[in-house]
Design a protein around this ligand. Structure first.
Ligand code: NI
Length: 170
């Protein structure tokens, strides 16, 4: 397994749409393993292929307080969302140090495939539901601050620039 480099916002690859995976080969399984290792090393609870510069529809998620453990999902799609929304503070490995509240459906059903092409269906709520929606957004070129109002997004970007400047000074 190899650690991959995580790209930082606003790299254009984060605004690009990832392509559907058609071939379930060793290269795909290698990518999924590398992504999991990169996520754990960061450390983080989710990572999308865009974030390591690969435009393939694959995400890895491990919400440690959940019983599902490590999920490697290929071609994940939101099949259903609850009408009830929940507000969670989100962060992202491509926008390190920035945390903002985002409202999303509280529960989701995600349909995906395993790294060997087997169908997977997951019903999720709470942190896992947030994480799945956040990572699937990445595959569609969306980052979490895109869910904020124009004003809040501008403020978040300013905050991020300050955080990065501080990091360089240390
Ligand atoms: Ni993210």
């Amino acid at each position: 397994m190899t650690l991959r480099t995580i790209v930082s916002y606003p790299d254009p690859v984060l605004a690009a749409t990832a392509e559907r995976v058609e071939v379930f080969d060793e290269e795909l399984r290698q990518l999924a393993d590398d992504m999991a290792e990169t996520m754990y090393a960061a450390p983080g609870v989710g990572l999308a292929a865009n974030q390591v510069g690969v435009l393939k529809r694959i995400i890895v998620v491990d919400v440690t307080d959940d019983q599902t453990g490590l999920l490697k999902l290929v071609n994940p799609e939101i099949a259903w969302t609850s009408e009830t929304l929940a507000d969670h503070e989100e962060g992202c490995l491509s926008l390190k140090g920035l945390y903002e509240h985002v409202k999303r459906p509280d529960e989701v059903i995600v349909k995906a495939q395993s790294v060997t092409g087997e169908p997977i269906e997951i019903k999720a709520e709470g942190l896992l539901a947030v994480c799945l929606q956040h990572e699937i957004d990445h595959l569609n070129g969306i980052v979490f601050i895109d869910h904020l109002s124009r004003l809040k997004k501008d403020r978040a970007c300013t905050k991020l620039k300050k955080l990065r400047r501080r990091e360089h000074e240390d």
